[in-house]
Design a protein around this ligand. Structure first.
Ligand code: SAH
Length: 563
């Protein structure tokens, strides 16, 4: 819950806008500002104070405890010009809240946390449990001192500017133990604990067994990603409660699936009870990985028969491949999600000209693998290979990366051992359409005139079909120095089914600094004015030029009515 506090009428007006926009997330604290701040501080995860920073500093100072658990506090000035992240920038989420509040109120977010200011990912914002000298190592990163990454387990981390060697270290490890001086331990969720149990197993018996297994093997409980078991034990209270106490989910698999997993210690008891010769080992190994702790049984002090078994597996790292569309060129047509994925990736793969387009958005330490035109297959292979090594990779393309771009060659190479995240982008056809007016108001197709990947006969057949079906057509890759006859040929096919006066939109470099657009007709388009930076959109038989804009009616009814 976000507590909202204000003292004046102007502050209350801004407060009410926020409360109206986020009715379920916010609670308004009325009354004297001091009392309101104290009450909200005790009850809420976050505060937005429509008060001067000085006043808020004085009010919250005596309340501050631990930065990991204190609420995040954002201040908004009376004029609603600034949203200041005051305390709890990371732990309290105040930095993100300042940005959100800023967007909503039209205020400038003010974030002064050093790591955010220089674009570094904070070590405590990576989404992994962290131990050790976070402040010291962060300072070293900020000061440009060498910090080495010691990745015992590969994991798709966001970028950080690591050096080959250094006095400071970030160790990515699931092994138990404490951080040395100048060291930070990051705990990847790399361990899966398989659990088998008889009905009615006590929670403590499961927990003690799991904890002892981890401890004896020198593994950190903070790296446990899940408990795994057979479907039949999905609701076994002792397992469910143990998982809740460890703060992890329970994964379950059908007995038939577990029966197929090869394990070192099968036995007859679970086979009779649930239909698989192994539960703990098989469930832990069901998605692959390395068996670190073979099956062991719980020990009971009271001499009763053991009711639980467990086994620990280090699962293979799942790399992350984000296929990111950058939009047609303008920075504000790049989606916030695309921007977040670019900053999430530690490896960026793309055509050099697209890399240049977004280089300033990348975090320090991002490894850039740029290549020239034509090397598509190789780019796709590189991106997938990096993801399979456990890296967080962004593969970029202009417009939408799934449209005549990198998504399909990459996914043709990819296997199911990596996570793939697609981020849609504004395509050239859509960007051009918005500039031209509303040419895509009814059914439409895109056709690439490049016969590099597609034989001309196929392209021609598709153009003919689009002509006959009266579809609006956007031509991509319309004409280059070496390919100059295809566009006239395609236009001639369309002219066989449409009037010479049919509107045609030509847009070059949509949304880029040298954008140029015009609306002409099928009869008067000069193909020589078209190049590879251009898309050409040909209207259907209903498309009209209205006030200089190209408009395709949504149906044919008003057109008939107009006749
Ligand atoms: N994935 C891209 C298309 C890549 S194919 C997309 O979704 O838009 C390359 C072709 O796209 C170019 O030859 C040109 O025809 C078109 N194109 C890309 N960006 C453009 C822009 N900003 N303005 C006009 N055409 C563009």
């Amino acid at each position: 819950m976000i507590g909202l506090i204000s003292a004046t009428a102007a502050g209350a007006a801004a407060r009410d806008r926020l409360a109206a926009a986020w009715p379920d997330r916010t609670r308004v604290y009325e009354g004297l500002a001091g009392d309101a701040v104290r009450a909200a501080f005790a009850e809420c995860e976050q505060l937005v104070c429509f008060l001067a920073t000085g006043a808020v500093v004085r009010l919250v100072a005596p309340l501050l405890g631990d930065k990991a658990s204190d609420p995040g506090v954002v201040c908004v000035d009376e004029g609603g010009r600034f949203a200041v992240s005051l305390v709890g920038g990371h732990g309290g989420g105040a930095n993100e809240l300042a940005v959100e509040v800023g967007e909503l109120l039209g205020a400038q977010p003010v974030v002064t946390t050093a790591t955010d200011a220089v674009g570094l990912a904070g070590l405590d914002t990576l989404g992994l449990p962290v131990e050790g000298d976070v402040a010291g190592v962060t300072r070293a990163l900020l000061d440009g001192e060498p910090v080495a990454l010691d990745a015992e387990v590969p994991w798709p981390l966001p970028p950080l500017p690591f050096a080959a060697q250094g006095a400071h270290t970030v160790r990515l490890t699931d092994r138990a133990g404490h951080a040395a001086g100048g060291e930070v331990l990051l705990r990847p969720p790399s361990l899966v604990v398989g659990v088998g149990a008889s009905r009615g197993v006590p929670t403590d018996e499961v927990l003690e067994l799991v904890e002892a297994a981890l401890k004896d093997a020198g593994l950190s409980p903070r790296s446990v990603a899940a408990l795994a078991t057979v479907d039949a034990k999905r609701d076994e209270p002792g397992i469910v409660a143990a998982a809740a106490r460890l703060g992890v989910p329970v994964l379950t698999y059908p007995a038939e699936e577990l029966a197929k997993v090869e394990v070192p210690n099968p036995s007859g008891a679970p086979l009779a009870a649930v239909g698989t010769p192994s539960v703990a080992e098989a469930a832990a190994l069901a998605r692959g990985g390395e068996l670190l702790v073979p099956k062991r049984k719980s020990a009971r002090a009271d001499g009763h028969a053991s009711m639980a078994t467990c086994a620990v597996v280090r699962r293979p790292a799942r790399g992350r491949l984000a296929v990111v569309g950058l939009g047609p060129g303008a920075r504000d047509l790049l989606t916030p999600r695309a921007r977040a994925e670019l900053r999430r990736a530690s490896v960026l793969v793309g055509l050099d000209q697209y890399v240049d387009q977004i280089r300033d958005l990348l975090r320090p330490g991002t490894r850039i693998l740029a290549s020239g035109l034509g090397a598509e297959e190789e780019r796709a292979r590189t991106a997938v290979a990096e993801a399979r090594r456990g890296q967080a990779v962004a593969l970029i393309g202009s417009g939408d990366a799934g449209v005549y771009a990198m998504a399909s060659p990459a996914l043709a190479e990819a296997s199911d051992d990596i996570d793939v995240i697609g981020v849609p982008g504004v395509t050239a056809a859509l960007a051009a359409g918005a500039i031209l007016g509303a040419p895509l108001g009814h059914d439409h197709v895109s056709i690439s005139l490049s016969d590099l990947h597609t034989p001309w006969e196929v392209i021609e057949r598709r153009v003919r079909a689009a002509a006959e079906a009266d579809l609006v057509v956007t031509f991509y890759n319309p004409r280059s120095r070496g390919r100059d006859w295809q566009l006239p040929k395609a236009l001639a096919i369309l002219a066989g089914h449409r009037e010479p006066a049919t509107p045609v939109g030509v847009v070059r470099n949509a949304s880029r600094p040298d954008e140029a657009a015009r609306v002409t007709t099928l009869a008067s388009l000069d193909p020589a004015t078209v190049d590879m930076m251009t898309v050409v959109t040909v209207g259907n038989t209903a498309t009209r030029e209205i006030a200089g804009r190209m408009v395709t009616p949504r149906g044919y009814r008003w057109q008939e009515g107009a006749r």
